[in-house]
Design a protein around this ligand. Structure first.
Ligand code: NAD
Length: 371
């Protein structure tokens, strides 16, 4: 067995560690930065508070990032980076903000629009340095080389990946997640759980990431319900933030697979939030992989204290129920043709990273059970 572990991101974790931003800007040698965020962070005064700390090094704010960022938002952000002659980017927000900032840091280096990269154009070799400050305990984007963009006009959502997308510095301050509603806590928390599970059984799994994945999954199973039930429980918040960055480190190399692949069409077609879209199929995949004899599904279940993949799937299903996740797709009244189209959309190359081969019939059965 041969494997390589590499993680280029400098990670700072802890309540109050957002104070490190000014130092981080100095460390990366930034002079003219753009702060990328979403409107709610400007509205709630968080951007104003940070402005005191970053001094004159940040020359502009792009605050129009929406959930599942569109290629047009990325283009607008890239244009602002060019117009201001920026030499670094600070992303303050959830995965949508961090991904938009990452993609814009690349798009601003060339003349192509962001949509061209979703169509397969080669990303520029040099990307502006990024400082990522996550505000959700979910995507782990602060430690990955992935940026997920949507092209809503074409009904597309897909990941882009390049080494330049690894932030230079990740500042993970759990206090920034305290303002998440219970629903957002649950949605993003299930994203973390799916990262951990999919990283562990990925065909590209390796021992360092396995250890991170199991630790992250345990943290979610022990703390998500607490953070959901009691949003002011800062210990549970801290643990979820720790789970998020740990799961990010776990999947950064092995990459995601089944539930994440299925989440993209579920979000772009039906508007289901990312984490909830991942949660929609993860218990079905735990059962499917177990049934098809994946030893990774079995060892994961055992490592998490369950007798079998089915017992783990039952626990995940109970957690979905307790946190109000949608349990099926019945509300969309999908006909046979839509189910087939959905199943076909999930035959994305990343599905090959699932530990057992997933056929169109498997996907048809899985979605038929949900409609
Ligand atoms: P998000 O960034 O889409 O944010 C959802 C909403 O929550 C937004 O309205 C945002 O403004 C708000 N919000 C964010 N933080 C908040 C806080 N602390 N308090 C109150 N409101 C807050 O949600 P997300 O789940 O973090 O990101 C999802 C996106 O990330 C999807 O596009 C998904 O595909 C992508 N993703 C990327 C990676 C990666 O490695 N790059 C991994 C998984 C998912």
């Amino acid at each position: 067995m041969a494997w390589t572990y590499r993680q280029p991101v400098e990670v700072h974790f802890g309540r109050g560690v957002v104070e490190y931003l000014a130092e981080a800007i100095k460390r990366i040698g930034g002079h003219r930065g753009l702060l990328v965020t979403s409107p709610s962070f400007v509205r709630r005064g968080i951007v104003g508070d940070l402005a005191v700390r970053y001094g004159s090094a940040v020359v502009g704010i792009y605050s129009a990032v929406s959930p599942n960022p569109d290629v047009t938002e990325c283009d607008a952000c890239a244009a602002m980076l060019r117009e201001n002659g920026c030499d670094f980017v600070v992303a303050l927000g959830g995965g949508s903000v961090i991904d938009c900032a990452k993609a814009a840091a690349a798009v601003c280096r060339d003349t192509l629009p962001a949509a061209a990269y979703l169509d397969g154009a080669q990303l520029p070799a040099s990307v502006l340095p990024i400082i990522a400050i996550p505000t959700t305990a979910g995507t782990g984007s602060e430690v990955t080389s992935v940026a997920v963009l949507s092209d809503h006009a074409r009904g597309l959502k897909a990941p882009l990946s390049c080494d330049g997308f690894y932030p230079k510095v990740a500042i993970v301050d759990p206090a920034l997640t305290d303002s998440m509603s219970p629903r957002m806590t649950a949605c993003t928390g299930f994203d973390v759980l799916c990262h951990a599970i999919e990283a562990y059984w990925s065909r590209n799994h390796q021992p360092v990431c396995d250890a991170l994945a199991i630790q992250a999954a345990r943290l979610v199973l022990d703390n998500l319900l607490k953070a959901f039930d009691e949003p002011a429980d800062t210990v549970a918040r801290d643990r979820m933030a720790e789970a998020s960055v740990t799961a990010g480190l776990a999947f950064a190399l092995p990459k995601t697979n089944c539930a994440h692949v299925c989440s993209y069409p579920l979000t772009s077609r039906y508007g289901i939030p990312h984490g909830e879209a991942c949660a929609m199929t993860i218990d079905s995949f735990i059962r499917l992989n177990g049934r098809k004899g994946s030893d990774r599904a079995a060892t994961l279940a055992h490592a998490l204290g369950f007798d079998s993949p089915d017992a783990l799937a039952d626990a995940v299903h109970s957690l979905k129920t307790a946190t109000g996740m949608r349990l099926d797709l019945k509300e969309y009244r999908l006909g046979a043709a839509e189910v087939e189209s959905l199943a076909r959309a999930c035959l994305h190359p990343n599905m090959r990273n699932n530990p057992v081969y997933v056929t169109l019939d498997d996907l048809l059965q899985l979605f038929s059970d949900l409609v």
